[in-house]
Design a protein around this ligand. Structure first.
Ligand SMILES: NC(=O)c1ccc[n+]([C@@H]2O[C@H](COP(=O)([O-])OP(=O)(O)OC[C@H]3O[C@@H](n4cnc5c(N)ncnc54)[C@H](OP(=O)(O)O)[C@@H]3O)[C@@H](O)[C@H]2O)c1
Length: 326
């Protein structure tokens, strides 16, 4: 840790899938964590971990400003999209923008020397390489993204230098592990429709990261992001590998669920399993995580996604899904 006195981190989305792992690892690393959640049960879990729960919503701007003004670092993981993926993304941009304005202003008033704002974005904001290769953080933005997240990212980056430093953590579309998140969600969808969807041959590759590795990357950022003199902003891809083909991915899900694979094109996938499946399973999102490794000293160590689906945490998930359907 950089400072001699424990640093205080305010985490939004602290009770979520990734936020609860970031909270746990940050506490272990010696930080004091204040974690925002709207949910009493998650507040109780945060307290049990040793964090201080802050019960509230992203729309409570005074609360956000006050928490940020007493923090050394703010980690923003809350995402207003998760409550309703069908809402217009403009809603998300509006809610997020106001919350970011409040937190960055609060942080700029903090007596801390660190004043780092860590925002969350997606590797998918970058335009995919035309030849199917990997992109880095300097790639141009995607003109046809899955959502409008780049607008949130740009808004956060625009705050750099206004008395604070800014670091963006771009996560891949599949953060997996511990039987949760997108893999679980899509397994549930496929169980309902009776087949695992593959777009075309499934040879397209994608980036992934295990949730614990992702959380460790955030803790590396708490310690090392923007510490060089004069550096006020940084963007990092948080990807372990970009070499997972949708073919292997869908084969693994089908084997674990005991379902067939159905190959189809995007319009049929939309009809058969919905726009979320069609969007996430047709992506060419391949962002390499070399910068985070080199500059933050991040070393991913967890089990790979295919192994985790075939023989790890998703085996129990598949059993539970099958049992509820029986
Ligand atoms: N999981 C992935 O595969 C993945 C991939 C790419 C990017 N990401 C990004 O990573 C971040 C964390 O995702 P996650 O997987 O941990 O999602 P999650 O488990 O759904 O957590 C999202 C959190 O957002 C909070 N939230 C939503 N609306 C809020 C509001 N109006 N006010 C306050 N809090 C609100 C929720 O807080 P409550 O505790 O109150 O419910 C929840 O804890 C998000 O920005 C997400 O877009 C995730």
């Amino acid at each position: 840790m950089l400072a001699s006195k424990p640093q205080r981190v305010f985490i939004t989305g602290a009770g979520g899938y990734i936020g609860s792992r970031v909270t746990e690892f940050a506490l272990r690393a010696g930080y004091i964590v204040h974690g925002l959640t709207r949910t009493p049960a998650k507040a109780a879990r945060l307290r049990a971990l040793g964090a201080i729960p802050i019960e509230g919503d992203m729309s409570q701007l005074d609360l956000l400003r006050a928490e940020a003004s007493k923090a050394d670092i703010v980690v923003h993981l809350a995402d207003a999209w998760v409550d309703d993926f069908s809402q217009p993304y403009d809603n998300v941009v509006k809610i997020d923008g106001a919350a970011v304005d409040a937190m960055t202003f609060g942080l700029s008033q903090s007596p801390s020397q660190r004043r780092l704002f860590v925002g969350t974005s997606g590797v998918g904001v970058a335009k995919p390489d035309e030849n199917g290769g990997e992109t880095d953080e300097d790639a141009p933005e995607d003109p046809n993204p899955i959502n409008g997240r780049i607008r949130c990212e740009k808004h956060i980056l625009s705050k750099a230098g206004e008395g604070i430093k800014v670091c963006i953590m771009r996560l891949p579309p599949f953060v997996y592990g511990r039987g949760g998140s997108g893999v679980k969600l899509f397994m549930e969808v496929f169980a309902k429709v009776g087949a695992v969807v593959r777009i075309g041959e499934g040879n397209v590759q994608m980036s992934v990261v295990h949730v614990d590795d992702a959380a460790r990357a955030y803790v590396c950022a708490l310690e090392k992001a923007c510490v060089e003199p004069g550096v006020t902003k940084k963007v990092y891809n948080v990807t372990d590998t970009s070499d997972v083909s949708f073919r292997k991915f869908t084969d693994a899900m089908a084997a674990t669920l005991g379902l067939p694979v159905r190959a189809m094109e995007v319009p049929e996938a939309m009809e058969f399993a919905g726009p979320l499946v069609a969007g996430f399973f047709s992506g060419r999102i391949r962002g390499k995580g070399d910068r985070a490794r080199a500059e933050l000293g991040w070393i991913p160590t967890e089990v790979g996604i295919i192994e985790d689906i075939r023989n790890g945490s998703y085996v129990k998930v598949a059993k539970e899904i099958t049992a509820t359907q029986a």
